[in-house]
Ligand binder design. Structure first.
Ligand SMILES: Cc1cc2nc3c(=O)[nH]c(=O)nc-3n(C[C@H](O)[C@H](O)[C@H](O)COP(=O)(O)O)c2cc1C
Length: 131
């Protein structure tokens, strides 16, 4: 069973580029090994993340995400079964730095419509080259 999880969080103000790159490398390592795919956007103060994958692996990833000391005030936008799986099939965790807050994502409330939420993540990811 494929499940999905999406949230907005507030990065700690002292988050430095080295810590950020460690988060991305660790997250990709886990996601790659467990069939989790998705995207992480960061605007300098907020994180926006969408991931999907097998239920057990996704629960593990979610636990690590929610336990991380690098961010807080996690606002869950969606969890459960995706309307249609395969939102970001090629990315274990695509990463994109935004130059302004993702207003389109702040407009969603739990439980967000899956297709609309994935569409908003896709639009933002299309605005720049995802690393
Ligand atoms: C913004 C953010 C996104 C993360 N995404 C994932 C993820 O997709 N998969 C995963 O297994 N862990 C994810 N993590 C957890 C990290 O890989 C790592 O386990 C965690 O940051 C280590 O704990 P610490 O941040 O308290 O040092 C994420 C953490 C943060 C802060």
């Amino acid at each position: 069973m494929i499940e999905c999880y999406a949230y907005i969080s507030r990065a700690l103000p002292d988050l430095d580029p080295v810590a950020l790159s460690k988060i991305i490398v660790h997250s990709r390592g886990f996601n790659d090994a467990h069939g989790v795919t998705g995207v992480l956007l960061y605007d300098g103060s907020a994180f926006y993340q969408y991931i999907e994958g097998p239920a057990d692996a996704l629960a593990d990833a979610r636990q690590r995400i929610e336990a991380s000391r690098h961010h807080g005030a996690i606002q869950v936008l969606l969890d459960g079964t995706p309307h249609r799986p395969g939102a970001f099939p090629r990315w274990s965790l695509g990463y994109l730095m935004l130059d302004e807050p993702a207003h389109a994502l702040h407009a969603f409330v739990m439980p967000a419509n899956h297709a609309q939420l994935v569409g908003a993540f896709h639009l933002l990811a299309a605005q720049a080259d995802v690393m």
